[in-house]
Design a protein around this ligand. Structure first.
Ligand code: PBG
Length: 325
């Protein structure tokens, strides 16, 4: 009888051979750790819906970042939870707002050793939980919101953010922020645009992490993208690049790998993907229930996101992955 062809299995026989021919490799510098800092905390508080993740005090944030730096992770994305929320999210742009205080402390402690990306949005700071200024009818006013984003960008850059990352999905936000940064002496601060950001149920645990309850139907479908649409994502990305984005993000990651792969095919700037809170919590919960090996699944999913085309991966597993790498 004819022997079957063994060409496809021959290079899989040992770990060394497999490593030699691996097309995709993960490195700690591919990973960006999302972190939360909360005004007025004495110490870290675990987030109930995201086991293993914490709302940090200013001090515990610095300690945590030191651990990440020691593991070879070079970037974080920072979210602030203010003491007081109001209709216009005042603390988001305040000089002594929680994010700005933490940005200053991080800059003092780590200098250029840590890339600190400031998430630029208002939902953590508004009492209605939306990413912008509301009109009387409860809808988000695009252009009034852009003015706030410009102020927040300047406050974050002044406080020492290495990169700002607008996540509110207002039309024209990248152009408004670029021009605000350029006219305030921050022309070297890059913009990582949450370009293709979907209205996803996978953000559920994050809203607990930042104490956000969204008024008026409890969703952001009037400004984030419809999960039904892929072509629209390419239009969002093209628009953000035209407005001056230095880097582009697709979010969430795993349910949108088609969008990520398509973005990779057309975009030359660095491409990031956000493995979001729900993606994290599903794996952690299944691991705790004994249904699967959470460490192995986290590694496989992260590798898949990189294989699909991401240069950078925002993931709550960053520390855990770096330990395994
Ligand atoms: C908005 C923002 C959100 C996330 C990051 N930035 C929440 C939202 O759009 O509702 C979600 C991140 C995650 O789920 O991990 N500032």
């Amino acid at each position: 009888m004819q022997f079957p062809e063994r060409r496809l299995r021959r290079l899989r026989s040992t770990p060394q051979l497999r490593a030699l021919v691996a097309e995709t490799r993960l490195h700690p510098t591919d990973l960006i750790a999302p972190l939360f800092v909360r005004h007025g905390l004495e110490g870290p508080v675990e987030i109930a819906t995201m086991p293993g993740q914490f709302q940090h005090s200013e001090a515990s944030l610095l300690e945590h970042c030191q651990r990440l730096v020691d593991l070879g992770i070079s970037a974080i994305v920072l979210f602030g939870i203010p003491a007081h929320k109001d209709a216009i999210g005042s603390e988001a742009a305040a000089r002594d707002g929680i994010a700005q205080r933490a940005l200053r402390a991080l800059r003092d402690r780590f200098g250029d050793d840590l890339v600190v990306i400031a998430d630029l949005c208002m939902d953590e700071y508004t009492d209605h939980g939306h990413c912008g200024i509301l009109r009387l009818d409860g809808t988000v006013d695009n252009d009034a919101t852009l003015e706030r984003y410009a102020e927040i960008a300047i406050a974050q850059a002044e406080a020492g953010a290495t990169i700002v990352a607008p996540s509110g999905m207002m039309d024209g936000q990248v152009a408004a922020i670029r021009s605000a940064l350029d006219s305030s002496g921050h022309d070297m601060v890059p913009i990582l645009a949450y370009a293709a950001k979907y209205a996803s149920a996978l953000y559920g645990p994050f809203r607990d992490a930042v104490d956000v309850e969204i008024q008026g139907g409890g969703n952001r479908r009037a400004y984030q993208q419809d999960p039904a649409n892929a072509r629209e994502a390419m239009a969002e990305i093209a628009q953000d690049l035209a407005e001056g984005a230095d880097m582009i993000m697709v979010k969430p990651a795993l349910s949108y790998l088609d969008v990520l792969a398509e973005a990779r095919a057309v975009v030359d700037v660095p491409l990031a993907a956000y493995h979001v809170s729900g993606e994290y919590s599903m794996v952690v919960a299944a691991g705790r229930a004994g249904y699967l090996d959470a460490d192995a699944v986290a590694m496989e999913q992260t590798l898949a996101i990189k294989r699909a085309g991401a240069d950078l991966i925002l993931t709550y597993f960053a520390e855990q992955l770096a330990r395994q790498l």
